[in-house]
Write a protein that binds this ligand. Structure first.
Ligand SMILES: *Cc1c(COP(=O)(O)O)cnc(C)c1O
Length: 372
């Protein structure tokens, strides 16, 4: 079976983890400190704060901006539910805005309309764009809109470590960027995540929020605010450090494979059975998702591809379809469609061009009803 994705853990990475386990320094330590420095250098930002997951990163970012009860935060309809869950967990209201086809990221026209016509009892505080599958949302436009309405911007860059826009990296284009190192992402520490910022005060607050609200002062440990434990372990950091120098090469390989997919599948797009993602410059290609025509039963396609040895899956969820975040301001069109008809194809850097051909062939056979 050709898997949807596969973590890329070298023997050197395993050895680095084993070294930490033998050292006895399992939680905070040199590996965490070094990984934070190396990530900050890689991203080109002043501070990186490691945490225990991408969800933890999002939660800490919102807490650090003092977002809570009585506030509202704008989130895109098409994402993993963690994006909206963290907003709700702070006590704030997630406000769902639709996404656009092709990039699957926040619709900035609807974003501005929703802000302009906002009449909720909550105070709009922030925009939380998602760089879906490694495609950076239109950050120039989002930052312009946020600035003119006095809103903070937090990037959900969970899928987008290493993606670029205007020569800058995903997660450094706003107040705070949030990353995930879950095994489904390109660089993995098992569970894990990170925050990136250029704001020293925010960085200090986020360090405290990931560690029981505690800071070491000259008079010893002091607890400044209620917070939880969102720390990453030292051996997870060692695992991440071993992969970071390889990341750009992996993204480069994924970009090549994505463009081959696009080429091989374009006859199907012309035939009207699916739509392909846009090949956006700087995309990090965590996932390659096509959108099937609405006349096609996606779950049947997943089953038929599995029978041909190809693992596929839905791409992401539609928050408005989940229905636990309250009534939307504007009814979404594309978020629900991407959720219902999106099909994520295998993509990871160790796939070969032959693997991509095999998948494209299987997809053609299934969609055009040809026998294998
Ligand atoms: C993976 C993901 C998350 C959650 O990250 P975890 O590390 O699994 O907590 C949040 N948002 C998006 C867009 C993701 O893809």
């Amino acid at each position: 079976m050709l898997k949807l994705s596969q973590p890329n853990i070298s023997e050197a990475a395993i050895a680095a983890v084993a070294d930490v386990l033998r050292s006895g320094q399992l939680v905070h330590g040199q590996e965490c400190e070094a990984f934070e420095r190396e990530l900050a250098t890689y991203l080109g930002c002043s501070d990186v704060i490691l945490v225990s997951s991408g969800t933890a990163a999002l939660h800490v970012a919102l807490q650090a901006l003092d977002i809570g009860l009585g506030d509202a935060v704008i989130v895109p309809d098409f994402t993993f539910p963690a994006t909206a869950n963290v907003v709700a967990l702070t006590g704030a209201r997630p406000v769902i805005v639709d996404v656009v086809p092709g990039t699957y990221t926040l619709d900035t026209v609807q974003l501005e309309q929703v802000i302009q016509s906002w009449d909720g009892v909550e105070r709009l505080r922030a925009v939380l764009p998602v760089h879906e599958f490694g495609c950076i949302a239109d950050m120039r436009e989002i930052n312009r809109i946020a600035k003119s309405y006095g809103l903070a911007v937090v990037e959900d860059a969970a899928c987008a470590l290493g993606a670029r826009q205007d020569q800058r990296k995903a997660g450094t284009l706003s107040d705070v960027g949030c990353f995930s190192f879950h095994p489904r992402k390109t660089l993995t520490t098992g569970e894990g995540g990170a925050l990136a910022t250029n704001d020293a005060a925010l960085a200090a607050r986020m360090r405290r929020l990931r560690n029981h609200g505690m800071e070491r002062t000259i008079s010893g440990m002091q607890f400044f605010e209620p917070a939880t434990n969102y720390r990453m372990t030292n051996f997870q950091a060692a695992l991440g450090r071993a992969q970071l120098p390889l990341l750009d090469e992996w993204i480069c390989q994924r970009t090549i494979l994505a463009s081959i997919y696009k080429e091989l599948l374009s006859p199907l797009e012309k035939a009207g059975v699916l739509a392909l993602p846009r090949l956006v410059t700087g995309h990090s290609w965590q996932t390659f998702m096509v959108v099937l025509d609405a006349s096609i039963n996606r779950d049947e396609v997943i089953g038929e591809l599995r029978a041909r040895g190809v693992e596929t899956n839905l791409g992401a969820q539609s928050l408005s379809c989940i229905g636990i975040y309250g009534e939307p301001q504007v009814r979404s069109v594309f978020g629900p469609a991407l959720y219902k008809y999106g099909l994520a194809l295998p993509l990871f850097e160790r796939m070969t061009m032959d693997d991509v051909s095999l998948v494209a062939e299987a997809v053609s056979q299934v969609l055009l009803g040809e026998s294998a």
